[in-house]
Design a protein around this ligand. Structure first.
Ligand SMILES: Nc1ncnc2c1ncn2[C@@H]1O[C@H](COP(=O)(O)OP(=O)(O)OP(=O)(O)O)[C@@H](O)[C@H]1O
Ligand SMILES: Nc1ccn([C@H]2C[C@H](O)[C@@H](COP(=O)(O)O)O2)c(=O)n1
Length: 412
């Protein structure tokens, strides 16, 4: 039954060609439809076209299998094969997205078919093939034995873009978590395959005490990498005699690399839980002194949203979307400052620093769209929203600017 879940009649599908192009949208219908000229782009002059997706009720297995397939497709297929992200979804309906891949094979070899056949042997993978005849094109369930398994044809017809970009539909509780329980559940479901999850959950259980009375102010410093957060937070610690905390907290450092290599669902749940541990530390420390926090929920949400959303900044959830709302159960800071520098200055600082970058940071450098999306998502987060600080001047000038803001907003 599940096998036919993807690209069901009436559902919209989109194929994202590359970061600069807008995705192509189409629907499937049981009656033949003339294929629009623009969809030459989709099929080019290829004979072999496939799409595949993971069908699996367990969300952890699904996320991991999807990541494995992505890796396998990109590492195994030749230059003659183009692999694109593809999803099927019900327009503007949350959590309706089924993610998959679209493969365009220009070669005369059977490389893509061999690989798809291997993948298909797992009950979790479902493959469709595409055929063209004159002006019509349809999809069918694919089987390598007799080439086509199902007799049911679903004709492809071009469609208008959906109002909300499909990649925004599944963000809640898959990329961004709005309560501790939701993130906690993900790691609980992982304990068999990622034993470190148990240790992380234990740390969460031990630390939980986020209540905070009228203590000292809590100031969060946010920004892309190399915008000067470490430099500024250290200077603030000294000048305000404050406690400096970070999210993720130091106690999660031994697990970070492990979770960074996991698919977004698991990786983001890990960072979300890190915020709750840091919140517990803030709760205690703010009774004694002002607290400066290097990254917190703004970072978790902005990076997660920017990664989940394909293509351009315009594809982000609209300003005011509930996806930018602060989790109700997470301790709120008094002030959030977003450090910004122009891209050239940031690159200069990165180069001068010359240290290893995370994959995500490296991506920031080469991917303008991603950087713009992270920055824009930061700015759209609400309650509390961040105040933008121009961090291009010298460290001393940035410190003075920020001290001035803190005096005004927090009366420190
Ligand atoms: N205001 C400034 N002017 C010029 N250089 C600066 C300024 N602030 C920081 N730098 C330099 O830029 C580099 C990055 O700064 P820093 O490590 O403070 O950034 P960061 O935001 O903490 O980065 P990351 O998030 O990657 O840890 C460092 O070499 C630092 O000395
Ligand atoms: N509270 C946080 C802190 C960090 N992250 C993620 C976002 C990026 O992938 C990466 C940046 O951290 P850095 O390399 O500067 O330590 O970590 C997050 O999601 N939430």
């Amino acid at each position: 039954m599940l096998r036919r879940a993807m690209f069901r009649c009436g559902q919209l599908c989109s194929v994202e060609f590359d970061l600069r192009a807008e995705p192509l949208y189409f629907t499937l219908s049981s009656s033949p439809q003339v294929l629009h000229h623009a969809h030459q782009q989709l099929f080019g002059d290829c004979g072999k076209l496939f799409s595949l997706h993971v069908q699996c009720a367990n969300r952890i297995e699904k996320a991991q299998t999807h990541a494995e397939i992505k890796h396998k497709l990109s590492s195994t297929l030749s230059r003659d094969c183009d692999v694109f992200e593809a999803s099927s979804f019900i327009p503007d309906v949350a959590n309706s997205v089924v993610k998959g891949f679209f493969i365009r094979d220009k070669s005369t070899t059977t490389l893509s078919e061999d690989l798809l056949n291997t993948l298909r042997q797992s009950e979790r993978v479902c493959v469709f093939s595409y055929k063209r005849e004159g002006q019509y094109c349809w999809q069918e369930l694919w089987s390598p034995v007799n080439q086509v398994e199902g007799s049911e044809r679903q004709y492809i017809t071009p469609a208008a873009a959906a109002e909300h970009h499909p990649s925004t539909l599944n963000i809640r509780n898959s990329d961004v978590f709005y309560s501790m329980d939701e993130a906690y559940k993900v790691l609980q479901e992982c304990t068999d395959i990622i034993p470190e999850s148990k240790e992380v959950l234990k740390l969460v259980d031990e630390q939980l005490e986020t209540s905070r009375g009228d203590g000292f102010p809590v100031i969060v410093i946010e920004g892309l990498d190399a915008t000067g957060k470490t430099t500024l937070t250290e200077a603030l610690r000294e000048s305000l005699n404050a406690t400096l905390l970070k999210s993720p907290p130091q106690c999660l450092a031994p697990f970070r690399q492990r979770f960074d290599s996991e698919p977004p669902l698991i990786r983001r749940a890990f960072y979300a839980l890190g915020n709750y541990i840091t919140a517990a530390h803030i709760g205690k420390e703010s009774l004694r002194a002002p607290v400066i926090v290097d990254r917190y929920w703004h970072s978790t949400a902005a990076y997660a949203i920017a990664t989940a959303v394909g293509g351009r900044v315009e594809n982000l959830p609209r300003p005011g979307s509930e996806l930018y709302q602060w989790p109700e159960d997470l301790l709120q800071p008094n002030l959030v400052l977003l450090l910004t520098v122009n891209p050239e200055e940031r690159l200069r600082r990165l180069r001068d620093r010359g240290q290893d970058k995370t994959v995500e940071e490296a991506e920031l450098e080469i991917n303008q769209f991603f950087r713009l999306k992270v920055e824009e998502a930061y700015k759209r987060i609400q309650n509390p929203a961040c105040i933008i600080v121009d961090a291009s001047p010298s460290p001393q000038e940035v410190l003075q600017q920020v001290q001035h803001l803190i005096r005004n907003k927090c009366h420190l």
